[in-house]
Write a protein that binds this ligand. Structure first.
Ligand code: 5GP
Length: 114
């Protein structure tokens, strides 16, 4: 498994603007935000891509989604709305090979992704 910059952020070897943490998940603001709110929810367990998750990881994937929705509610924009995205591999636009969920909010998201 490659040691990515997200692993270094999880180990506090690189700085990040951390907004949420529990035993399994760390969330921090994206360094190049695509929206007024752009937070990355990252499992501390390292998977390179979504393709590397199995049925055994379903509870963790569920908790990743729930961490994002709970944080959105806590921050007060859940009802207004937000977008969650997971990019997978090069064709999906993934650039950091440690599974992560993008949560974006604070502007009207385009209806179409492309
Ligand atoms: P991907 O393209 O893999 O889905 O998303 C990777 C995201 O990580 C990008 O949105 C990029 O801006 C963000 N990113 C890359 N390097 C850093 C960093 O050092 N710190 C933070 N906070 N975000 C980063």
């Amino acid at each position: 498994m490659t040691d990515t910059l997200f692993d270094k952020i999880i180990r506090r070897e690189l700085p990040a603007d951390i907004v949420y943490e529990d035993d399994e998940i760390l969330a921090f603001r994206d360094i190049h935000p695509q929206a007024p709110v752009h937070v990355l929810f990252v499992p501390k367990k390292s998977f390179a891509t979504l393709n590397d998750c199995t049925a055994a990881d379903a509870p963790l994937l569920g908790r990743l989604l729930l961490a994002a929705s709970t944080w959105a509610r806590r921050e007060g924009f859940a009802d207004d709305g937000y977008r969650c995205v997971i990019n997978c591999n090069r064709g999906g636009g993934q650039t950091v090979y440690h599974l992560h969920l993008h949560l974006m909010a604070g502007k009207q998201m385009p209806e179409r992704m492309v």
